[in-house]
Design a protein around this ligand. Structure first.
Ligand SMILES: [Zn+2]
Length: 124
């Protein structure tokens, strides 16, 4: 994994904020949620209800006299561990995780489509 490949890594993620994704590996495998934040530099995304950890807040950290407490907080997961979901009912992978690729629209913009059915994937 840790290859010395410094040749202009593409830092753009296929996943964007607002996307609905499914986790495909790790403890939260099978869990779905909305992407709340992306970190293209680190190749990570923050997904709601995924990779939840307890964060211990020390007493008195947020104002005086407050007790320390445990707070549940999502931690970023690697983009390679999440996949987009195809919403096309005719697709053989409907409502399941799919790989996406980008196609060029007539106006020159790029859209993400499901590799199976070419259905456009928009974040809702
Ligand atoms: Zn599809």
């Amino acid at each position: 994994m840790a290859k010395k490949n410094k040749k202009k890594e593409r830092k753009k993620l296929q996943i964007r904020t607002g996307d609905n994704v499914a986790v495909i590996s790790g403890n939260d495998r099978g869990v779905r949620g909305e992407v709340v934040h992306t970190q293209p530099e680190a190749g990570k995304v923050l997904v709601e209800n995924v990779n939840v950890h307890y964060v211990h807040e020390k007493a008195g950290q947020k104002g005086r006299g407050r007790q320390g407490e445990r707070v549940e907080k999502e931690m970023p997961v690697d983009v390679s561990n999440v996949m987009l979901i195809c919403r096309n009912r005719e697709c053989q992978r409907y409502d399941r995780p799919v790989r996406v690729r980008r196609i060029k629209e007539n106006d020159g913009s790029r859209t993400r489509v499901c590799v199976k059915c070419e259905h456009r994937i928009q974040s809702d």
